[in-house]
Every structure is written in C-alpha cells, then in structure tokens.
Design a protein around this ligand. Structure first.
Ligand code: ATR
Length: 271
C-alpha cells in the first residue's frame, strides 16, 4: 500500500500541493499517495488524529492552520521554532514532529533559481503576519545589509523586528516611513493579494536592478506585482518557485530524496 500524506487547509480546493507531490513521487519513483484534506476551522486536531489512525505518515499545513499545527506538535525542529509556525508534520510513533520549510523554499528560489544574492542587500519585507514571520530568520541568516519590515499596523512590525533583532540588522516601520528609501529585494508577505488592494509604496522603493517577490502565488498579477512593474523592478517573481521549493523540502523531510523542482515548475506553468 502507498504511504499516505496530505495537506490540511480551509479552504483547500485551490491547493497545488497534490499536483506537486504527485509529480515529485513519479519523478523519484516513491510510492506515495498525497491528497488535499478540508479540515473544519475548529477541527484541525481531530482531522490530524483521524489521518494518523488511517495510516498517515506526514502532512502539510496551510491557511489557517499553521499556528494550530505549532500548538499540536510534540516536538519542533529548530527552524519551526524560529518561525513560530509549522507547515510540515511528520508522524512517527506517538510523536508529531513540526517542521517549517517555507524559509528554505524562499531562499532557494531567490538564491539558486533566480540567482539573486541576499548577502549585503537591503531587504524590504511587507507584512508582519505569519507568512512574514516564517521567513525573517532564514533571510537574516544570509547576512543582508539591512532588513526593514513595513506593516499597515506599525506596532506589529516593530514587535516582530524586536523579536528577531538578535539575528541581524532588522527594524520595523509603517509604510509612511518608506519615503526616500530604496531596496534591492522587496518581498510581499501580506495577504493584500486576497483583498485586491495594498498600501501605496513611495516612488523609488525599488532600487535599480531590484527583485520584487510575491509570496502569495496563484492570483494572477497581484497589486504588489503591478506596483513593482510600474516602478521598474528588474525582476518580478510570482512565488511559484517558493511554492515548489518548500514542497520539495517537505518531500525531502519525509522521503530523504530531493526531487528536481525545475520540471515541476514547468508543469505548473503549463497547467
Ligand atoms: P498571514 O499568516 O498570511 O501572514 P496574517 O497573520 O493575517 O496572515 O497577516 C496578514 C498580513 O497582511 C498583515 O501584516 C496585514 O497587515 P496588518 O497587520 O496591518 O493587518 C497585511 N495586510 C492584509 N491586507 C493588507 C492590505 N490590503 N494592505 C496592506 N497590508 C495588508
């Protein structure tokens, strides 16, 4: 019988994870079955328990359950602990191990796939929610010149910057404090793509040769990507690379085999 994995979310119909993991399994000849599971908003723990009873070996966790997953686990990997959220679970005997592959997925896409160095660069991270929190540690570990977290609610940005200050030069501010400043890497970690509107970015935010990175893949051109295009960002990513790379890292955690992401990105671009 195939080993069982799934992704828990609500909603979950839009998830590309089953396509990605099935493609990884074919490519690496791993005998796994990967499905999308809709868990009730108040019923995440029960959904996980039933999946384990039915023979589940591991799972991905997406919106809105990443914090619930963090609470449910019996053990955390250091990178999940740092992120304060878990997107990857491993079921081993009585243990539920929580890992987080989002940060590594973003780094691999920026540095390896896009060939864009992070060391010495000025990073602007938009948003101060769970998605932002998950990538701050890994980005700071790459020794950027600076990281500025800008958020609609300024106090959340300041609190997050304070939390990560021991890892590198990070500060928090409101969007109105960005005037006159330029950045080499601008990352959208807000959920503004869902509402279709975002806070304005002052002219000059994107330095010449800059990279604009949208972390929320799958919404066509988002307000952030439009602003980046209008302001002349040199490279604009829609986040597909991060989506596939974080999945590859989860697959590696479960199967100890590292799939090749390039053909899977091509498959998704074509679908
Ligand atoms: P997630 O886990 O996806 O990060 P979250 O914790 O609800 O979700 O955080 C959403 C982030 O997107 C927040 O930083 C939010 O800003 P606030 O803290 O001020 O609420 C940001 N956000 C959501 N909609 C936005 C919009 N239209 N413009 C700018 N920021 C927005």
């Amino acid at each position: 019988m195939s080993d069982k994995y799934c992704v828990f979310g609500n909603p979950i119909g839009h998830s590309k994870s089953p396509i990605i993991h099935s493609a990884f399994a074919r490519q690496t000849r791993q005998d796994i079955q990967y499905t999308a599971t809709l868990a009730p908003v108040e019923g995440f723990a029960d959904a996980v328990a039933s999946f384990i009873v039915s023979g589940g070996r591991g799972a991905n966790v997406t919106v809105p359950f990443k914090q619930d997953a963090f609470q449910l686990v019996t053990r955390l990997t250091p990178r999940a602990e740092l992120a304060g959220a878990s997107n990857t679970l491993v079921f081993e005997g009585d243990e539920i191990i929580g890992d987080n592959t989002d940060g590594v997925g973003l780094l691999r896409d920026i540095m390896v796939n896009l060939g864009f160095p992070i060391a010495g660069r000025r990073i602007l991270l938009l948003g101060a929610g769970g998605a932002a929190r998950g990538v701050i540690g890994p980005l700071l570990e790459q020794h950027p010149q600076s990281m500025t977290i800008a958020n609609r609610t300024t106090t959340r940005a300041a609190a997050l910057a304070e939390h990560f200050a021991h890892l590198g030069p990070v500060s928090g501010c409101g969007y109105n404090e960005l005037s006159g400043r330029s950045f080499d890497i601008v990352i959208d970690a807000t959920s503004a793509a869902l509402s279709g509107t975002m806070q304005a970015l002052p002219a000059g935010t994107f330095a010449p040769g800059s990279l604009a990175y949208e972390m929320m893949y799958g919404r066509g051109e988002t307000p952030f990507q439009r602003v980046a295009r209008n302001q002349g960002a040199a490279m604009i990513s829609d986040g597909l690379g991060m989506l596939v790379e974080q999945a590859a890292e989860s697959f590696f955690v479960w199967r100890s085999v590292r799939p090749d992401c390039a053909p899977v990105m091509e498959l998704l671009r074509g679908s």
